[in-house]
Design a protein around this ligand. Structure first.
Ligand code: ADP
Ligand code: MG
Length: 635
């Protein structure tokens, strides 16, 4: 044997190994799934190379995975005839973790493992897929011997017991193309040195691997390309099993879409909607995509061009004979056929969702609650805006609680006579929205308002602009005079006594005085037609963006000055009436100034613009102190 190189694992590998070896004892069997899936990937890559005409060594080897189990020696050997690795590759691949989200994953894993939450740590592993290193959950020592498919590549051997280092050697005997992994099991994992147990694990996790898996010479999996079979031949359980195989999800999918299209391009697709999306490492968008096959050959895992970001929750695969096999991964992106498949597929998915919404409301609601957040970004898909709009769901003032949902179509059915626009209001919660002064007029008239809780909601609605003939409008931008034409069931409310003509004039003066006090901070101070319960509120000058939009822009620009708005004052409010008296007595009375400031800052606070509440609180405390003097017990 020639020289041996001793190398250190990268820090993240050590962290991972430490957790795998010392903390986790449940669900250890997934090590086999991970090794088989690597072998299957290696075979897929080999097949891809040969079909595009690359010369490979040992070209007559059949593509398969062979497992042998030695009960006595407590050893498992897994051999594949795949693409193999050369020295550089084996050091890079089995010495680091090159996967996005690894850091977040390790953090979550160690927290759960430390807390002794083995079950959840194991399920985190299942979802993330720790790959090769999971073998050290059961192995005392692992020997990987590999021969790359390249003609002039020398075989290489990698040996490690999973504690800090690995060594690399150069075997002198002749070695076939592919990779062999020899596992010496730990004493406490000796149970895996059992062919029946191994077969069961393969059936459970790896049944749909596209290459034969043999255990001691006997084939155990059902190599089936489910997506090519006619739908009526496939049982629900088979779809579910396939889904679990594909995604490592432990739950069944929420729904399955299996399509076979002939024009304008020919393709089969098998798409699943998961019950739950696992974006715990923030990698959903990056991690999205569908596996792409051409004539049984896997061309690319998770091709992102097949499915737009807003449908990132779709899992599955596409197979098309219309894509040239010798295509390089780099040119896939510009490939017209891919684009055509993608646009046909998007239509299929949207139609499927529409059908679900119609036939099975409960399922659609479940879909919406889980995937709506991502789906709403579809407002930029101009080609499908109409369909997209029909699929949107919101909570609204007509709903009984914060969980109920309405579509835009249902909203329009409930519209009042004379109502032309669809109204919405954004806020952090149902409670926050319902205490917003802007809602008062709508509530009084019984006009329904959509409640928007997420930043993307308003982008989606203002992006759409219209639903059918109805403009989508933020409540704060509603034209109050247009609302006069709406035949609402105006609620009977006690009316304040009308002001005399001369008091009307003084009221106008009072408004001018308030504008003087506030200066450029407001564009105008005017009488409100919308308020009933509140004394004042801020509204947008015509045509400017809503407060919510404005705040989003501010976050992006890191500029915190509140926008200059119109302050509206409720003429009938007791506070206004008192101010009127004070003004009549002395227009310069400091109380008017303090109250105006207070009304303005309170409105800013409600709209989420007040960055420094000190003055507001001081003023409030002073006013409380004064008014407590009026308490009967004090007087
Ligand atoms: P992943 O499969 O997610 O990339 P793994 O930890 O499972 O992560 O594997 C790391 C890398 O090691 C693989 O991407 C592959 O390049 C290489 N590898 C692992 N097993 C094999 C194998 N049997 N044949 C060839 N390459 C392999
Ligand atoms: Mg892997």
């Amino acid at each position: 044997m020639a020289k041996t190189r001793k190398l250190k694992f990268k820090a993240e590998v050590n962290k991972l190994l430490d957790i795998l070896v010392h903390s986790l004892y449940t669900n250890r069997e997934i090590f086999l799934r991970e090794l088989i899936s690597n072998a299957s990937d290696a075979l897929d890559k080999l097949r891809f190379e040969t079909t595009r005409g690359t010369e490979v060594v040992d070209s007559d080897l059949s593509l398969e995975i062979d497992i042998s189990v030695d009960k006595e020696a407590k050893k498992i050997t897994i051999r594949d005839t795949g693409i193999g690795m050369d020295e550089d590759e084996i050091i890079a691949n089995l010495g680091t973790v090159a996967k996005s989200g690894t850091e977040a994953f390790l953090k979550m894993l160690s927290e759960n493992a430390d807390a002794g939450k083995n079950e959840s740590a194991a399920s985190i592993i299942g979802k993330f897929g720790v790959g090769f290193y999971s073998v050290f959950m059961v192995a005392e020592k692992v020997v990987v011997t590999s021969r790359s498919y390249h003609k002039d590549a020398a075989p290489v051997r990698w040996i490690s017991s999973g504690s800090g280092t690995f060594s690399v050697e150069y075997p002198e005997e002749s070695i076939q193309r592919g990779t062999t992994i020899e596992i010496e099991l730990r004493e406490n994992a000796a149970e895996y040195a059992d062919p029946d147990k191994i077969k069961n694990i393969i059936k459970k996790h790896s049944n749909f691997v596209a290459f034969p898996i043999k255990v001691d010479g006997e084939k155990v999996n059902t190599v089936r390309a489910l997506w090519r079979e006619p739908k009526f031949k496939i049982k629900k359980e088979e779809y579910e099993e396939f889904y679990k195989f594909l995604t490592h999800d432990y739950q069944e999918p929420l729904d399955t879409l299996h399509v076979s299209i002939d024009a304008p391009v020919q393709f089969n697709a098998l798409i699943f909607f998961p019950k739950q999306i696992f974006d715990m490492f923030g990698t959903l968008r990056e991690d999205r995509g569908l596996d792409l096959y051409v004539n049984g050959v896997l061309i690319q895992h998770k091709n992102k061009d097949l499915i737009p970001e807003y449908l990132a929750f779709c899992k599955g695969l596409v197979e098309s004979p219309d894509i040239p096999l010798n295509i390089s991964r780099e040119t896939l992106q510009e490939n017209r056929v891919i684009q055509k498949i993608s646009s046909a597929l998007v239509k299929q998915v949207l139609n499927h969702l529409s059908k679900m919404a119609k036939d099975d409301k409960e399922k659609y609601d479940a879909f919406w609650k889980e995937h709506g957040k991502v789906f709403k970004f579809g407002y930029t898909d101009y080609a499908n805006q109409e369909k997209f709009a029909e699929l949107l769901r919101f909570n609204s003032s007509a709903m009984e609680n914060g969980d109920a949902l309405t579509s835009l179509a249902e909203y329009t059915e409930r519209m009042k006579e004379g109502q032309k626009e669809i109204y919405y209001l954004t806020g952090a919660s149902r409670e926050a929205i319902e205490s917003d002064p802007h809602l008062e007029l709508f509530r009084r008239k019984g006009i329904e308002v959509l409640y928007l809780y997420e930043p993307v909601d308003e982008f989606a609605l203002s992006g759409l602009g219209k639903y059918k003939d109805h403009e989508l409008k933020a409540v704060e931008q509603a034209d109050v005079s247009a609302l006069d034409e709406v035949k609402g069931e105006e609620k009977e409310t006690p009316q304040a006594e009308a002001l005399s003509d001369s008091d009307e004039k003084i009221f106008k003066k009072l408004l001018e005085r308030m504008k003087d006090i506030l200066g450029d901070r407001v564009t105008e101070v005017r009488e409100s037609k919308r308020l009933h319960d509140s004394a004042s509120c801020l509204v947008n000058p015509d045509g400017s963006m809503t407060s919510h939009m404005h705040k989003m822009m501010q976050m992006m620009n890191k500029d915190l000055t509140p926008p200059s708005k119109v302050m509206e004052v409720n003429k009938d409010h007791p506070l206004t009436r008192n101010l009127l008296k004070i003004y009549k007595n002395d227009p310069r009375d400091p109380f008017i100034e303090e109250t105006t400031e207070q009304m303005y800052e309170a409105a800013l606070l409600l709209e989420g613009y007040l960055t420094d509440p000190h003055r507001l609180v001081n003023r409030m405390n002073k006013m409380l102190e004064q008014s407590s003097g009026w308490h009967p017990a004090v007087k």
